[in-house]
Every structure is written in C-alpha cells, then in structure tokens.
Design a binder for this molecule. Sequence first.
Ligand code: F6R
Length: 242
Amino acid sequence: MKIYKTKTYKDMSRKAANILSAQVILKPDCVLGLATGSTPIGTYDQLVEWYEKGDLDFSEVKTVNLDEYRGLTRTDDQSYYYFMHSHLFDRVNIRPENTNVPDGMAENPDAECARYEALIQSMGGVDIQLLGIGHNGHIGFNEPGESFAKETHCVNLTERTIEANKRFFATADDVPKQAISMGIKTIMRARKILLIASGEDKADIMAQALLGPVVPEVPASILQMHDDVVVVADEAALSKIP
Ligand code: F6R
C-alpha cells in the first residue's frame, strides 16, 4: 500500500486526479470505477480543468459507479446518477453510453445487481477504482459486518450512514433506506484501488482501516489485502497514523 500525505484537500484532489489522469493517458479505453460523496468533488473538478486545457481525453473511457440509492430517479438531484452527470460526465467528452451507474429504480433489484456485476465483468473489470471512506469504515455502501464475499447487492443503510447523508436531504426521513452497491468482492477485483480521504473526522477510521485488524466490522480494512492500493489523504485524515 502506498500512502501519499497532502497538506490540504485541494492537494489531495490534485494528486488523486493525477493518478486517474495517468490511467486515462496510459490506457485511453480504460474502465474507471467511480465514487460519489463530498470527497471526490475536488478530484472531478481537477479532471474537468485538465480536460478543458486539452490535456485529457475521455472519448474512449468507460466508467462504472460504486453505488446508487434505491428509489431515487435519475433526475432527482440527490441521486448518484445526477451527481456524476453534474460533477463530471456532463463536463467532459465522455460518451454517455460509456457511463454506468446502478439503476436505483429497477423493479427487480436482485436482477439489477446481477446485471451490473455481469456488466463489470463484460467490460473486462475495473482498471482503477476510486473510493471514499465512511466514518464507520464503509466503502461503497458496504456497511460494517457485511460479508467480504459479496458482489453487487442490495443494502439496508445503517442509522449512522442515514444520519451522515441527511445533510443532503430536507429531513432524515427523506434519505433512502436502501441502496445498490458493488460488494467488497467486486471492489477487490479492481486492478488498482485509489482511496481518498480528507479531514480530521476521518482520522480515526483511516487509522483503523489501514493499521487495524482486517475485519468485516471495518469494511475498508480489507484493502490491506489488495496488492495495489494507493491512499491519497490530507494531513488531517492521516493525523492518527504515526
Ligand atoms: C459514494 C460511496 C461512499 C462514500 C463515503 C464517504 O459513492 O460509495 O462510500 O465514499 O460515504 O463519503 P464522503 O466523501 O461524503 O465523506
């Protein structure tokens, strides 16, 4: 595992965007595994800036997102589909048909999970998977205690995750209670993983995930078992790591 410590969130974003850009330049038709949440916003902004300067070309890039809430339409501004389009896809020359987010409105969620997992395999797997980390150590929507052996599946969100996400909704009751998420097994199949984190509130969980025992209670701890993980985090998020 390689850990890059940056001074600020902006530096973290630039470094993470650098690593993703390197992938796109080296393999223009690569498969990027993408994440939503607050942490990657600066990374996406940086990629857009380099695209606008003419340094990056997304015309052959394919993407698969980690997860999507159940029950939100694509036009709902809290859906991850909407997030990805507004923060990245609509701002670069990626082909819409090359972007993939689980369908949170699918009538049969189990069939949607199977379709999504098969899709990732049919694309040849993920070249680099971008991950944020939840305060409870979740990656994607793989909550503490879930089996490491799961592929894309339907998840019940924990109270803590609902609580953390309610800032984006009118009330906690409006936060969806379920999501479709790549499983830990899906995530671990990515050839390379890029974990990003920022802020003091992530310091405890980063220490547990990177240095603690590998246990389902800290889903991100499984990353210690992957042979190509790059962590890019600011000083605050790494402040509990000696
Ligand atoms: C998002 C995702 C989540 C977030 C995590 C951290 O697609 O899968 O696991 O990465 O909740 O979110 P932020 O970055 O908002 O702290």
